[in-house]
Design a protein around this ligand. Structure first.
Ligand code: C2E
Ligand code: MG
Ligand code: MG
Ligand code: MG
Length: 278
């Protein structure tokens, strides 16, 4: 790609660039500025204990509000951030901001037991994620035991032996580990057994069509049973209906996230929701 040959070269290629490629380039430039201009925000989506109906924590989700482009969804800019390496800076900002907020909530007496943060595979593979974690936890005073890092199957699959070592080191710091979007990648039993994980998050693709879809019901039930054999807690993503909650209750699923309780909210709205429902 022209990109690898140096910056100034882009203008010679611009006639050939597809609209998608242009949008990407544009996004990269915008994203660099977003970080500097504090256009990135963290929203918080409740994680709910299915047995009690109580909010036990939240997943921090990135939001980008650009003053001209408007709202740009993470599914569009995270991949660009990954490819350009910008995710290292963005990811560290996310960790620090979530821990800062979490510490402020603890200080204010808000009963938020756990904050989950997404780690991209780039963050996991490049740089020293354990050193970053240590520094951020120290600087913010947020207890490691209340932080949970979400990794995807693809981040764990390549160079598996090395991945196990990094996970072990992260675990030694006291943080929890979750596998995100389970079922959409390799979904291998072997790695679930080998990796030191605490939580398995069933991808919303398997939850959306419950209760109508019998296959999805059986798949979800099988994943829950399997995860429990491996002593993992199970969280269902994308829960939107009462029927889905009832099904998950019957099958012994531990936790859920979804619009049924709430979408991701700005920090103050999340805190208000926790207080209202505590
Ligand atoms: P994810 O980590 O699997 O996050 C769950 C996504 O499902 C979120 O989308 C959330 O808003 C959405 N969701 C939650 N409940 C429901 C529901 O009931 N129905 C439906 N249809 N959707 C629901 P969002 O916030 O757009 O994020 C998309 C993805 O972007 C995330 O998927 C994650 O992979 C990535 N992402 C977001 N923030 C970060 C971040 O700080 N760092 C990294 N590396 N990735 C992030
Ligand atoms: Mg996630
Ligand atoms: Mg997910
Ligand atoms: Mg996802």
């Amino acid at each position: 790609l022209a990109k690898d040959e140096g910056r100034g070269i882009f203008k010679y290629f611009s006639d050939d660039l597809t609209i998608a490629a242009r949008r990407r380039l544009n996004l990269e430039a915008l994203l660099r500025r977003a970080l500097a201009n504090q256009e990135l925000k963290l929203y918080y989506q409740p994680q709910v204990d299915i047995a009690s109906g109580r909010i036990i924590g939240a997943e921090a989700l990135l939001r980008w509000q650009h003053e001209v482009e408007g709202f740009i969804p993470p599914d569009q800019f995270i991949p660009v951030a990954e490819e350009t390496g910008l995710i290292a800076e963005i990811g560290e900002w996310v960790l620090r901001e979530a821990c800062r907020q979490g510490h402020a909530w603890i200080a204010a007496g808000l009963p938020v037991l756990k904050l989950a943060v997404n780690l991209s595979s780039h963050q996991f593979r490049h740089g020293d994620i354990c050193a970053t974690l240590k520094t951020v936890l120290q600087d913010t005073g947020f207890p490691a035991q209340r932080l949970e890092l979400e990794l995807t199957e693809s981040a764990l699959m390549e160079r598996e032996a090395e991945a196990v070592l990094i996970l072990q080191k992260m675990r030694d710091l006291g943080v929890g580990l979750a596998i995100d979007d389970f079922g959409t990648g390799y979904s291998s039993l072997a790695y679930l057994k080998r990796f030191p994980l605490d939580v398995l998050k069933i991808d919303k693709a398997f939850i959306t069509d419950i209760p109508q879809n019998e296959d999805d019901k059986e798949i979800a039930a099988a994943i829950i049973a399997m995860a429990h054999i491996l002593r993992l807690k199970v969280l269902a993503e994308g829960v939107e209906t009462e029927e889905q909650i009832a099904f998950l209750q019957r099958t012994g699923c531990d936790l859920y996230q979804g619009y049924y309780m709430s979408p991701a909210l700005p920090a103050t709205d999340f805190a208000a929701l926790v207080q209202r429902t505590a």
